[in-house]
Design a protein around this ligand. Structure first.
Ligand code: 5AD
Ligand code: FES
Length: 353
């Protein structure tokens, strides 16, 4: 089979074997192959989502974290960032400005911060829900007990983002300290799905030690989990981590993976991430053109943005929510797409696990 036939096969069957994925990924630098893939992934995206781009308002509400992931700038052993937490009132005021700007999904993201007990999270979620009943609330606060996930769900959180980071156990070990395991993280994802959340997972592209084999396993895992959303972005080194001298992940490989994921999971919500916009000025636009259909502008107060530094040179850290919103609208219109004011639920709602 030629590489082009592999892409045809992927489009027809929404899957490939692990070794076929490796073959395809190994050829990601081939421009003709990229164009062949992106024509298909774009057309699948247009079939289900037209020219619409969904927006999510990201609220980075705490940069305290009890974990020490080797790649992440807010890891607990980094003494060089100033730590902050947003109060419920501050979070609600981010939602208020976001609502005015047309956001109907709020993503509450933070480090794994014990200050936000189940009770505090339930209070925050139910307050947002009662003030903005027409909005969806997405949580992205890491690994918790299934009972906690259930409480947040009952309080009104319908979606949860938890990247699996890497499927391979040895590679997971290489990126994280001993206490964390790939198995537990994957278990959390199945728990979330079983509770009834719309689940987002994903991984970094080009993280230290990553191989095409590992990426092929990541793709197989996506197929198995069948999430509603998949967030991928390039690894970008942070100067206060042990991976400071590692190269960033590649724009081309990230785009290639977006195209593959669109063919594998035709209806999935696929963001063009901030990290993609950080490694290349038109990264997010190119992500949309490769099959992505979501962007997540920042609603966090400008005063704390630079402190949510997962990686170096993150974009938008000086821009007010309104500026990011308008900037995003211009960017999407410049490539013939249209930002949509709606909750933007996934069309992929069958629960298979
Ligand atoms: N580069 C790119 N992405 C990162 N993340 C954390 N650190 C980095 C980094 N250095 C990603 C992880 C996490 C998400 C919130 O941000 O995949 O799940
Ligand atoms: Fe934030 Fe452009 S999206 S400044």
């Amino acid at each position: 089979e030629t590489l082009y036939q592999l892409i045809d096969h992927l489009e027809a069957n929404q899957t490939l074997s692990t070794s076929e994925f490796v073959r395809l990924l190994s050829a990601f630098k081939d421009k003709d192959l990229q164009n062949y893939l992106f024509e298909k992934s774009r057309s699948v995206r247009h079939r289900y989502y037209g020219n619409d781009v969904y927006i999510r308002g990201l609220i980075e509400f705490t940069n305290y974290c009890k974990n020490d992931c080797y790649y992440c700038g807010i890891r607990k052993s980094n003494p060089n960032i100033s730590r902050y937490r947003l109060s419920k009132e501050e979070i609600l005021s981010c939602c208020a400005s976001g609502y005015e700007l047309g956001f109907r999904t709020f993503v509450l993201q933070g480090g794994e911060d014990g200050y936000y007990t189940d009770g505090r999270m339930v209070d925050i979620v139910s307050s947002i829900k009662s003030q903005y009943p027409d909005c969806a609330i997405t949580l992205s606060i890491g690994e918790r007990e299934k009972e906690s996930y259930q409480r947040f769900f009952d309080a009104g959180a319908e979606r949860y983002l938890l990247r699996h980071e890497t499927y391979n156990r040895e590679h997971y070990r290489f990126l994280h300290p001993q206490q964390l395991s790939a198995r537990h993280r994957q278990q959390c994802l199945f728990d979330l799905k079983n509770i009834g959340y719309q689940v987002g997972t994903g991984f970094m592209v080009g993280s230290p030690g990553q191989t095409f084999e590992y990426l092929a396993e990541d793709l197989q895992f996506l197929k198995e989990l069948n999430p509603q959303m998949v967030g991928i972005g390039p690894f970008i080194p942070h100067h206060d981590t042990q991976f400071r001298d590692e190269p960033a992940g590649s724009l081309e490989l990230t785009l290639f993976l977006l195209g593959i994921i669109r063919l594998m999971l035709p209806k999935v919500l696929l963001p063009a991430t901030t990290a993609l916009g950080t490694i290349s000025p038109l990264g997010r636009e190119r992500g949309i053109q490769a099959g992505a259909n979501v962007v997540m502008p920042n609603l966090s107060p400008v005063g704390v943005r630079k402190d949510y530094s997962l990686y170096d040179n993150k974009i938008c850290t000086g821009d007010e929510a309104a500026e990011c919103r308008m900037c995003m609208q211009r960017r999407m219109e410049s490539i013939g797409y249209q930002v949509k004011v709606s909750r933007g639920d996934s069309l992929n709602l069958e629960q298979t696990n």
